[in-house]
Design a binder for this molecule. Structure first.
Ligand SMILES: NC(=O)c1ccc[n+]([C@@H]2O[C@H](COP(=O)([O-])OP(=O)(O)OC[C@H]3O[C@@H](n4cnc5c(N)ncnc54)[C@H](O)[C@@H]3O)[C@@H](O)[C@H]2O)c1
Length: 303
């Protein structure tokens, strides 16, 4: 019995790279997969039927998949994508939001169009499929059905710790981490977990960076070979999060980079100061912040 036997999954942006790796992995463990891909260039121009490539690979390995060519950031299109899973196989269990583009540049060189395009695909393109998936699960929950569901979003180190030249992408990826936390709260009572993975691999996206290694597609790496740049290095983590074994894991952000799986600790309360019920004075506030919060100044003798 496969880890995901009988599950129905949608993986967005699965025509290439990391998404293709996830789709192959989910199918390997028994899931039926809607392989979504708009088939754009790495900066989001044009469209093609790249989803077919991954469907063929899954079928050649004995799995079950159908192609979907919608734009994930198009609200109605995202609805049709989720409906395709339900119409084809009766329900949705797993949504992996992975589609993405990049338009890098230092902020002084970046156009507002490049900011908007990247925000649209990553943030709106995660929210829209999640919206339709949530509506599907909410209907089933209201009917009294007991089930499990999964949303696995795709964030990035750029959004979690920052990266020069990616103010659009980093903003979008940080937003996805924030969205993950809130969706995890909204959906858990229905049996749905929501987590975010920060993947890695030598894909079309990384190939846009100077000195980056050449693009590898996950199916080009033999199953028994370890390649730290394989875009599928995070796919086993995604498959486990998608499985019933991970029902207790929600609202988490986990990176999978090369050999390492890293549980990211989010924003947590650090040192604080208290105004004792009086308005802060901007002229004296800095001294207290420096001594008691940032620790950049010795406090001096206090007793
Ligand atoms: N490669 C890395 O090291 C790395 C690191 C961190 C995060 N990521 C993230 O992983 C995800 C996958 O990227 P990748 O590196 O595999 O790049 P990729 O270009 O190989 O794959 C992205 C896929 O998304 C598709 N796509 C783009 N816009 C779409 C849209 N509007 N609707 C549907 N499909 C669309 C593209 O056609 C493409 O096939 C992205 O979210 C990316 O930000 C990648």
């Amino acid at each position: 019995m496969g880890l995901l036997e009988g599950k129905v999954a949608v993986v967005t942006g699965a025509g290439h790279g990391i998404g293709r790796g996830h789709a192959l992995e989910l199918a390997k463990h028994g899931a039926k997969v809607v392989v979504n891909d708009l088939g754009t260039s790495v900066d989001g121009e044009g469209s093609s039927r790249d989803a077919d490539l991954t469907v063929k690979l899954i079928e050649a390995r004995g799995g079950t998949a159908v192609a979907n060519y919608e734009d994930v950031a198009d609200h109605e299109g995202a609805g049709r994508m989720i409906a395709q899973a339900v119409d084809t196989w009766g329900r949705l269990d797993i949504l992996v939001n992975n589609a993405g583009i990049v338009r890098d540049g230092a902020i002084w060189n970046m156009s507002p169009e490049d900011f908007d395009a990247v925000m649209r695909v990553h943030v709106r393109g995660t929210w829209c499929p999640s919206h339709w998936a949530a509506k599907h699960w909410r209907e089933r929950h209201k009917r009294g059905e007991t089930f499990t569901g999964r949303i696995i979003n795709t964030t990035s180190g750029a959004g979690l710790v920052g990266n020069f030249g990616q103010s659009n992408y980093a903003t979008a990826k940080a937003a996805i981490a924030g969205l993950t936390l809130t969706l995890s709260l909204e959906l858990y009572k229905m049996g749905v977990t929501v987590n975010a993975v920060g993947p890695a691999g030598a894909t079309r996206i990384t190939a846009t960076m100077p000195g980056a290694p050449p693009v590898i597609e996950p199916d080009e790496v033999p199953e028994d070979e370890w390649n730290p740049m394989d875009p599928a290095v995070s796919s086993p983590l995604v498959a486990w999060l998608a499985s019933d074994q991970a029902q207790h894991v929600t609202g988490q952000v986990i990176r999978a980079v090369g050999e390492n799986i890293i549980w990211m600790r989010g924003w947590t309360d650090g040192p604080s100061i208290n105004n004792g019920g009086k308005r802060w004075d901007a002229t004296t506030l800095g001294t207290l912040l420096n001594t008691d919060v940032f620790g950049t100044r010795a406090p001096g003798l206090r007793y």
